[in-house]
Ligand binder design. Structure first.
Ligand SMILES: [Zn+2]
Length: 456
């Protein structure tokens, strides 16, 4: 009998497809087109791709895996996608809270940056940011900062996916004295990271009000030359809109459209003060939107018309924005929770943005915002293997009636136990595998002293 059994197992293993990993969990949230949630499910991974998603018994029968990770007390979900942040600013975390945006930017952030931003600052700040993001289940981040080539190097070192935009701004900054110099820097950077498996190099003119029309047009041309995304802050505050209306008689969205800046892959952060005509433009141009509820609440920027954007089926993702005063962390679980609650309280309707939509914004709709929905954002055969296992055995996670509701309203970043990006495990048992955590925390403490002294 034993001999017959081993014979069948031998035959089965001969016909099984090979895989590098099988990850299994109590529930698999796929975020595929049918929004399937599979109880006792598993995902098979070969190299950097997902090769099978289904019931655990089915996946186990079909694949012979070199390694496996079984978490019967966890949810397996697509890695979370952050569509707007400034990772290196983690070293300014909480430097100036409770200020108005322009006061915060002009009197605190821009001066602090002028005195402190160097490649070394960006390297350690981004390491700290990537460490926090990966431990919290974010597998893709969308970044706008200076020395973005260093951000890209760190993303690769951390094993994290990034859409990373070099900032272009009208005043002299650490990596460029003029916008022309910034454009040159950006072109070199785009060339260097072309066709990288983890890094999508991008062009990031800071905003309409911090750039000349000529620079914005040149930034678009540069992005299109390399088929790179353009990242920009758009209609974040009422003042930005009022200034644009009084000086140019057009909304910021209309100005960008008139200049041709939206013709190509674009991700616009905030879009708080967009009106119906603006949303029609954003839809027509296929612009991705990064909704940043924490930041918009903390800086009292206003409430983006997200419910209307979703009704128009705009690709709206979520972003924590910066940690320096507009949030102050990189927690995508918090952004999902706040996106749902902010939409409810401002419309006095608890039905307008349900948990399923909030999770979709942090995954597949976020991928659409970045123009990467064919590669990431859901657990489907053929997609990149970006996945997270989130434990559901803690007091805040039991009992569980609905895994999606649990993800959005009950679970926290600290519940993330394992993370894989592009087929490589980067977090195991809530420990980072790719970065030196102790050294990063030590450097953050050193930078605190340095930054404080520079501001005296
Ligand atoms: Zn921002």
């Amino acid at each position: 009998m034993l001999r017959i059994c081993s014979f069948f197992l031998f035959i089965a293993s001969l016909s099984a497809e090979s895989a590098d990993w099988i990850w299994s969990a109590r529930y698999v949230i796929t975020e595929d087109a049918q929004h399937r949630v599979i109880e006792n499910g598993a995902v098979a991974i070969r190299a950097d791709r997902i090769v099978g998603v289904g019931a655990r018994a089915e996946i186990d029968a079909r694949f012979q895996a070199a390694h496996r990770l079984d978490r019967p007390d966890a949810i397996l979900a697509p890695g979370l996608i952050d569509t707007h942040t400034h990772a290196a600013m983690s070293l300014f975390r909480g430097i100036a809270d409770d200020k108005k945006l322009q006061d915060w930017l002009n009197n605190y952030i821009f001066p602090a940056e002028a005195k402190n931003v160097t490649p070394d600052f960006v390297r350690w700040g981004t390491r700290l940011g990537c460490l926090e993001m990966l431990l919290g289940g974010t597998t893709t981040f969308t970044d706008m900062y200076y020395f973005e080539d260093v951000v890209a190097e760190v993303a690769k070192e951390a094993g994290m996916r990034g859409v990373l935009g070099e900032t272009i701004i009208k005043f002299p900054v650490a990596d460029a004295k003029t916008p022309a110099e910034a454009l040159q820097f950006t072109e070199k950077y785009l060339t260097r990271f072309r066709n990288d498996p983890l890094v999508t190099a991008a062009v990031a003119p800071h905003a309409l009000y911090t750039n000349s029309d000529e620079t914005l047009i040149a930034a678009r041309a540069l992005a299109n030359k390399y088929n790179a995304p353009l990242l920009i802050h758009l209609s974040e505050t009422r003042q930005e809109n009022d200034d644009s209306l009084s000086t140019r008689h057009m909304t910021p969205t209309k100005v960008l459209d008139t200049l041709g800046v939206l013709t190509g892959r674009t991700v616009a952060a905030h879009c708080v003060w967009v009106d119906e005509a603006d949303m029609a433009i954003l839809k027509a141009r296929g612009v991705g939107i990064a909704h940043c509820p924490s930041s918009n609440m903390k800086l009292a920027s206003g409430v983006a018309p997200v419910v209307r954007m979703l009704a128009l089926d705009l690709p709206v993702g979520l972003g924590p924005d910066g940690p320096a005063g507009s949030n102050n962390d990189f927690n995508m679980f918090e952004e999902m929770d706040l996106a749902a609650k902010l939409a409810k309280v401002t419309t006095l309707n608890p039905e307008v943005l349900p948990a399923s939509t909030a999770l979709e914004m942090a995954t597949i709709r976020g991928a659409r915002a970045l123009g990467m929905e064919k590669e990431i954002g859901s657990l489907e055969t053929g997609k990149r293997a970006d996945l997270i296992l989130v434990r559901v055995d803690r007091p805040n996670a039991v009992p569980m009636y609905d895994p999606i509701s649990q993800m959005v309203y009950a679970l926290k970043g600290e519940d993330v136990r394992d993370v894989m990006v592009n087929g490589k495990p980067v977090v195991r048992d809530a420990r980072i595998l790719t970065l030196n955590e102790a050294q990063i925390l030590q450097k953050a403490a050193e930078y605190r002293v340095k930054v404080s002294a520079s501001l005296k």
